[in-house]
Design a protein around this ligand. Structure first.
Ligand code: SF4
Ligand code: SF4
Length: 102
């Protein structure tokens, strides 16, 4: 093992990082690990765009007209709930994944 580490140490270039290695959160496909998803009460939505501005992965598009008022890219939404917390109308609730219709 020590021999392998010594060998790798000579072949790998040094990596300079100031802290934990980060990833671009928004670029990661969520896959199946989200356990809650935001559900918008369209009747109360003002289309103000606040939810979209706060979404850390830029998964929300608020449409000025038409349906849905708030369009969410489910493949990138992480279910963090920030949109629900920031909505001034409190018209976004977080529902358990897979339980959207009941
Ligand atoms: S923050 Fe709330 S009211 Fe504003 S667009 Fe989003 S869901 Fe609608
Ligand atoms: S739950 Fe989080 S990731 Fe998903 S749309 Fe809301 S703010 Fe964006």
């Amino acid at each position: 093992m020590q021999e392998l580490q010594n060998k790798l140490g000579k072949t790998l270039r040094p990596f300079n990082a100031l802290g934990p290695v980060a990833t671009i959160f928004g670029a990661v496909n969520t896959g199946a690990w989200r356990y809650e998803r935001p559900v918008v009460d369209a009747a109360r939505c003002l289309r103000c765009g606040v939810c979209g501005r706060y979404c850390p992965v830029d998964a929300i598009t608020v449409q000025k007209s038409g349906d849905p008022c708030v369009d969410i890219m489910w493949e990138f939404c992480k279910g963090c709930g920030i949109c629900a917390n920031e909505c001034p109308q409190k018209c976004i609730i977080m529902e358990e994944e897979g339980n959207e219709n009941g």
